[in-house]
Design a protein around this ligand. Sequence first.
Ligand SMILES: Cc1ncc(COP(=O)(O)O)c(C=O)c1O
Length: 404
Amino acid sequence: MIPFSPPKIYQEVIDGVAETLRSGWITSGPKTKEFEQKLLEYTNAKRVLCVNSGTGGLELVLRWFGVGEGDEVIVPVYTYCATANVVVHCGAKPVFVDVGEDFNIDPGKVRAAITEKTKVIIPVDVAGYPCDYDELNALVNENDIRSQFKQRSENQTKLCRILILSDSAHSVGAEYKGAKSGALCDVSVFSFHAVKNLTTAEGGAVCLNLQEPFDNDALYEQMRITGLHGQSVDAIDKINKGHWEYDVVEAGYKWNMPDVLAVMGLIELKYYGDKTLVRRREIFNQYSKSLEGYQWAQIPPYDLEGKLSSYHVYLLRINDISEDQRNEIIKKIFEKEVSVNVHFKPLPMLSYYKNLGYDIKDYPVAYDNFSREISLPVYFDLSDEDIKTVCDAVIESVESIINK
Ligand SMILES: Cc1ncc(COP(=O)(O)O)c(C=O)c1O
């Protein structure tokens, strides 16, 4: 069976984890700090804080910005539930908007959804393909949009406009007009979950890029404290002689990344640009080359208009089929020992959000994308022969259903 996305674990990663386990320091410490520094150099963000999940990172930023009851946060319907769940955790309302043909949030629909309650927009780089950051960054700076922004927290008063918080869970290494994901808007959050291109098993990072009067170094400290119980001194500082005493300045959370996980990311990052992304791009190109000749195949965008994907998921769409036909095709592909997937079931189709009153009929592009979508396996060790097996399975399965 060809799996969908097993992690790439280099021997060096195993050795690095073992060495960290033996080092006497396994939770947040020198490895986490080093990983933050290397991510900063890689992305060109102003400051990077590692956390124990992308979800935790997104919630940390919403809470830092003072998002709460009565506030609205604009979220695309085409995403993983984490993007909207964190808004709910904070007591605010997710305002869903439809996406475009490229699966990403539609800036025109974002504009129409903005109200005086809007505090944050969360674009999601679906499958690693960057959103329209120029449009989104310009939108929140327009005079009439700024003037309806209602400030309710110290940080909102300081920013004086809607915050752009990118859910970059998929897009480590993606590029937009020559700049890297992590440095494309106010704040971006990566995920290093097990299925991601770069994984620490579980983990994430908050990339800070706020302009003056914000001080990103001070923000880093403040967020680090919030993510560690509000404790003024962290564990490694506490063991230094004379630093036993600490204070708790707020009822914080537990979002810190441990060294034993950071070391995995640190080693993978060394090979990320030159090896991981290169192979993933080759896989994407081979899929496109094999499938683009078929009239039923709609090839996903991954290198267009100054946007370069991180090649996280290959989102194939089949033209002119129903959701039921798509499901039948998936069944047939699995019968041929190939694992595929669907990214994503739009949020209004999930019970929790449906029960809140969201209706998928209001998001026709998202539904159309979803109903015809099949995600193909992409992982470092997928061989050229495997790619051919996947393509043959897809072609035979699609043709057996559409010619029925
Ligand atoms: C689009 C998106 N956002 C957020 C997350 C949450 O990331 P994590 O699993 O690291 O909490 C994921 C995880 O799969 C995701 O796909």
